[in-house]
Design a protein around this ligand. Structure first.
Ligand code: TXA
Ligand code: MG
Length: 345
């Protein structure tokens, strides 16, 4: 007889259901594909069949599915164990394709021209005739669109020739993956294929903006610094209004390592491993950037968190300045340090 899994006894009913749905999609053989012609052809075939393919973008690895296929999109939620239907980002090849799915006006046009392809996502009104599965936006009247710059993501989008829904390719609430090995560690046996395209150069998820007429709101700081966006807009970014805080990335516990995380630490305790930043963090177990470079630190952040988490000790983190990409780094670190709840993206 199979022993009852008594871990379920401690979970709320909703999570038990999700956990079981994850178990149901488990034991798929996961193909690790090269980022070459045959690898991409296989990935395309899996996507056309409604399957899941993890692929590298410049920010993090995404867990991709055909955004027009409701069942394929539902599989994303099940594979990640997302406890609720939080909306997903839809990836397309260019601004023209984006404009077929969402309404681009005013500042959205300027921002697309300035920053696409690149680590920027814009939430815009969704077109009624978009053909997207409603589950992609979790039933909201808006859609989050992004044009990635990573060559492998672009090759996949051009061979698939359609929109790909893709959240970060990690189990819900855990650290985002910046290598194919991270994806396999979290989702092996759950996703159909992983395209191994090496390490993601930006290393932080995209910056998400909500376009609300002429008002542009910062929904999630990310791999494109707010200062650069504000320069193009000629005004400051607005904070999210309460109606737009529907993003799980906005929930406090997120990007969570298994270990406890303590922030703004200049001298760690003996029982802690130390994630340093800058030249003053001498003796750190790992340093985000010994020269104190925020771009390098962003690119290293999740890789270092994955590595330190594997050591099984509490993690102390050096202070990181709150400017440029430092804002997004600190946002992810605060979520990693927050008390854990079973939700996220
Ligand atoms: O860099 C990235 O953005 C990566 C790569 C794979 O592109 N993707 C990513 O996706 O980080 P995900 O699902 O982990 O985070 C997407 C965020 C979520 O917080 C979600 O709630 C928000 O985008 N989002 C998506 N659609 C939205 C909408 N219509 N309104 C508000 N927020 C939305
Ligand atoms: Mg995520």
């Amino acid at each position: 007889m199979v022993a009852r899994d008594n871990r379920e006894a401690r979970l709320p009913l909703e999570l038990v259901k999700v956990r079981r749905s994850v178990i149901n999609v488990m034991y798929t053989k996961t193909d690790i594909l090269e980022a070459d012609g045959p690898g991409l052809a296989r990935a395309e075939e899996v996507l056309r069949g409604g399957g899941l393919v993890a692929f590298p973008t410049e920010t993090v690895y995404g867990l991709g599915a055909d955004a027009r296929n409701g069942e394929a999109v539902a599989r994303i939620y099940a594979a990640k164990g997302r406890p609720t239907f939080n909306p997903l980002i839809v990836h397309v090849l260019n601004q023209r394709d984006a404009a077929e799915l969402g309404v681009f006006e005013g500042p959205a046009m300027d921002l697309a021209a300035a920053f696409w392809p690149g680590p920027l996502t814009m939430v815009v009104p969704r077109r009624a005739e978009s053909g997207l599965a409603p589950l992609v936006s979790a039933g909201l009247p808006s859609v989050a669109l992004r044009v990635p710059s990573a060559p492998v993501a672009r090759d996949l989008l051009s061979s698939f020739a359609g929109p790909l829904a893709a959240p970060s390719a990690n189990p819900s609430g855990r650290i985002s993956p910046t290598s194919a090995a991270h994806v396999s560690a979290g989702l092996e046996g759950i996703v159909d294929a992983v395209i191994d395209g090496g390490t993601c150069p930006v290393g932080l998820e995209s910056t998400i903006l909500g376009i609300d007429g002429d008002v542009v709101r910062l929904l999630r700081p990310g791999g494109l610094a707010s200062e650069q966006i504000e320069q193009v807009l000629g005004t400051d970014l607005a904070p999210p209004n309460s109606a737009t805080i529907t993003a799980p990335g906005q929930l406090s516990s997120h990007y969570a390592p298994h270990a406890a995380v303590r922030l703004n630490v200049r001298s760690p305790r003996d029982d802690e491993v130390w994630l340093g930043f800058g030249p003053e963090a001498r003796g750190a177990t790992l340093n985000l950037s010994t020269k104190g470079d925020l771009v390098e630190a962003a690119a290293q952040l999740f890789q270092h968190l994955h590595e330190l988490d594997a050591l099984g000790a509490p993690i102390a983190v050096s202070p990181v300045p709150e400017t440029g990409l430092g804002r997004a780094i600190n946002d992810r670190l605060r979520r990693a340090a927050a008390p854990k709840v079973e939700t996220g993206s």
